[in-house]
Design a protein around this ligand. Sequence first.
Ligand SMILES: Nc1ncnc2c1ncn2[C@@H]1O[C@H](COP(=O)(O)OP(=O)(O)OP(=O)(O)O)[C@@H](O)[C@H]1O
Ligand SMILES: [Mg+2]
Ligand SMILES: [Mg+2]
Length: 460
Amino acid sequence: MDELTFGWEEWVALPELGLPAIRAKVDTGARTSALHAHDIETFGPAAKPKVRFNVHPIAGREDIAITCSAPLVDRREVTSSNGESEQRYVIQTTLDVNGQSWPIEVTLTNRAGMNSRMLLGRQALADHITISATERRLQPELSYDVYHDARVRRVAPKRALRIAVLSREDNYSTRRLVEVGEARGHTVEVIDTTRCYMAINAMAPEVHYDGKRLPRYDAVIPRIGASITPYGTAVIRQFETIGTYCVNGSAGITASRDKLHAHQVLASKRIGMPTTAFAASPKDTSNLMALVGTAPLIVKLLESTQGKGVVLAETKKAAESVIDAFRGLKANFLVQDFVKEAAGEDIRCLVIAGKVVAAMKRTGADGDFRSNLHRGGSAKVVRISKEERDTAVRAARAFGLGKAGVDLLRSESGPKVLEVNSSPGFEGIEKATGKDIVGKLYDEIEARVKPQPVRKRKST
Ligand SMILES: Nc1ncnc2c1ncn2[C@@H]1O[C@H](COP(=O)(O)OP(=O)(O)OP(=O)(O)O)[C@@H](O)[C@H]1O
Ligand SMILES: [Mg+2]
Ligand SMILES: [Mg+2]
């Protein structure tokens, strides 16, 4: 390496931490370098622990915070210049100066007394560095502008994220979310939604789990089962209040879960769907059926899943008796035009971040008008038309869902949306299409939790 001369203060970069410019003081009295960090928190498996923390790279600009993560290499007792000793986490990272880079160890400290962002200790001042103690900034100047504009997005490293999957099930989808996330270096924790409990507090809303407050997650992936929608969405709402990025929001999950509510949302966006009607009073049954059209009709429970509450009534009489039966059970239902030409097939479009990333055609088991895979249907990859693609994207957007399974019927008058699932299973569609859908979901999460550019403050 070329010889470098350092004064008592220099511009350096820590690219792996997403800190492209920071001023560091040279401190030959210290062995290890130190970084002024906040919200220091360890995470990840015990065998490969990581630490994450926030750095305000610019002194006096506490509004600019960069979230960093790094592998944890040690925990050490460090005695600072004022003689006090504290336990500090030690990370390893790369130091960049004037086109050269070398590995250094850095301790993390959030002592208020430390007024420089970074101290460079002897270990970082490698053999090729000479110190000229009375001079400063002998190396090329760097600019803090990188923290102000869109460039900060590009310089941000693929930092390890801490992600929670809210799920009560150990199934293919949950396992894939853990495997794929961990293969990308993230830490993915599966959290039983119903075991989360909350302190609802205007100043410091929190989510607790198993006796402890949950840490700050970079992202929450909700996989809320239909049986716990109200509680599950309350947990998500709490994360939203804290400011955690949730792939699917609580409002969108709630609206899409209730088929009636969902159809009203779709209709308000003029998205095609089968003619649908509902009524509360038994006195209105025959008028209700007249609104939808002639038999055969579909009668559907509002909170059906896996096709369990979907009935095809071949005649008016049959429809009436199904409606009577549902009413007798105090079940909420809707009546829908039967889209015959769909012929027991529907199209599942998987929408991630406003794009259809995969589509499959599901065909019902012999003699079943329902195409659900859980009912013995089979799935094949399918090419969808532009109209179908647009419809699926608009349907997911109508509920603000970052991931959604949009089910369409192919009808004579174009695509008709049957429902929007906020926790679509990944197994059927990954197997049918051979696509890495979970990977696409992580692409989106990684893009979303990158530091946002900071707007320049107007000078007054
Ligand atoms: N109006 C309709 N016309 C024709 N077929 C329909 C209609 N409604 C539902 N089906 C068929 O029944 C299946 C199940 O309906 P739907 O998706 O509404 O119920 P579900 O219980 O929510 O199922 P899941 O959530 O598991 O997909 C559909 O995939 C479709 O094949
Ligand atoms: Mg459904
Ligand atoms: Mg469905």
